[in-house]
Design a binder for this molecule. Structure first.
Ligand code: ZN
Ligand code: ZN
Length: 395
């Protein structure tokens, strides 16, 4: 099979202790400490195939490019991959994808050949402390399609049936073509859903929600806040085109944080009361947190969705006096997929407005080059071509 493949040289930095497990599996704990000179190409990978009775073989149709994909192809001044996460090379990237089931193992009951599915990329071990207390996205022995296993830009994927979520109800409402596109957006929106709902416990109907950052996860948070009953959704991003998409997804008002003081803007919008939930989807917590803290309401919740690569200072006494809380979340496993699929199937959420570009796999390198420019919200790669949207088949 073919895929958009990241390769790199294995060259551990001085002082990095390579474990026997890393040596044996090829899966490094921190790509930025071991993998040197990353390169990207459209290349062959070994064919995906069923190996267990619960396996599902999927023909991939759409695969979204995520911010973390960009860190796989950029490097630091010494030439090491920027990604500070587990990785294995070579690998076909893509961890936000939909496709059509081609073949299933003998014990599979959740899906049938012909079904449209969205695929969870994270593969939890099921036996570590995180898994046993239900926080599967924080699994201590996580494997991950698009990071350590071939992912959604490959023409085919294999996944355990528990990671395959039927899009049948979404296709019934929106048609197959749109259902495949929605399928590629389920992963990033599940990251937002897990933070807002499964970790932070949601907000009260009518509450005011602020979203910092209108990248895909921030935009998903805007759409979700709206769908989940926020009274007002205030979105902040320096990019005018992204603020426009935020408005289309239900932001009540938007603000360019480079044009004024973001915290003050939120206080002005709330009559000084502050916002009930503030989401940081920027990865720039050092800048965003000082704006959020003075603008959080009594009993408010701060949800950190972006990966901050440097320590962030928080003035905790202000949060203490307002009985406010901060929540962190990572990844999409743990309940986001079925909820976000159901909201799309019900017509309460339509995140396809964030799709700003699509490329065939053959143009995958150009797709990444465009994504690196940072102007797009969501770019999709179509492993079988931009017009390949197979019909659902009823068995
Ligand atoms: Zn991602
Ligand atoms: Zn685990």
């Amino acid at each position: 099979m073919r895929g958009l493949v990241v390769s790199a040289d294995w060259k551990p930095k001085a002082g990095y202790q390579v474990t026997a497990e890393e040596e044996m599996s090829g899966r490094v704990r921190l790509a930025n400490m071991v993998l040197h000179n990353p390169t990207l190409s459209v290349a062959d990978r070994p064919d995906a195939q069923l190996s267990g009775e619960h396996d599902v073989l999927i023909r991939n149709v759409t695969s979204g490019i995520c911010g973390s994909d960009l860190h796989m192809v950029t490097s630091d001044e010494d030439g090491y991959m920027d990604l500070p996460a587990p990785f294995r090379v070579p690998v076909a990237l893509g961890h936000e994808n939909s496709g059509q089931v081609v073949e299933v193992g003998s014990a599979v009951t959740r899906v049938r050949p012909g079904d449209l599915v969205a695929v969870e990329a994270q593969v939890e071990c099921g036996t570590c402390r995180a898994c046993l207390r239900g926080l599967t996205a924080a699994c201590e022995r996580l494997w991950d399609r698009g990071f350590t296993l071939d992912g959604g830009t490959a023409t085919m994927s294999v996944a355990h049936e528990r990671h395959c979520w039927p899009l049948t109800a979404v296709a019934d409402r929106h048609g197959e073509r749109k259902a495949y596109d929605i399928g590629a957006l389920i992963e990033p929106s599940s990251v937002a859903y897990n933070g807002m709902v499964n970790r932070a416990g949601g907000f009260r109907p009518g509450d005011t929600v602020a979203v910092f950052g209108a990248g895909p996860i921030g935009l998903a948070a805007v759409g979700l806040a709206n769908a989940l009953g926020a009274g007002r959704v205030l979105a902040l991003d320096p990019s005018a085109s992204k603020r426009e998409i935020a408005s289309a997804l239900g932001a009540t008002e938007t603000f360019d944080p480079t044009a004024g003081e973001a915290g003050q803007w939120l206080l002005d919008r709330t009559g000084g009361a502050g916002v009930d939930m503030a989401l940081d989807a920027t990865g720039a917590g050092r800048i965003v947190m000082p704006a959020i803290v003075p603008a959080i309401a009594v009993g408010g919740k701060i949800v950190s969705l972006g990966a901050n690569m440097a320590p962030v200072e928080v003035d905790t006494i202000k949060l203490m006096f307002r009985a406010a809380s901060i929540y962190f979340t990572l990844g999409h496993l743990g309940g986001g997929f079925p909820a976000v699929i159901a909201l799309h199937a019900a017509g309460k959420l339509d995140l396809t407005k964030m799709i700003t570009g699509r490329f065939a796999l053959d143009d995958g390198v150009a797709a990444m080059e465009r994504a690196l420019k940072g102007q797009d919200a969501k770019i999709l790669i179509h492993p079988h071509g931009v017009d390949a949207y197979p019909k659902a088949v009823s068995q």
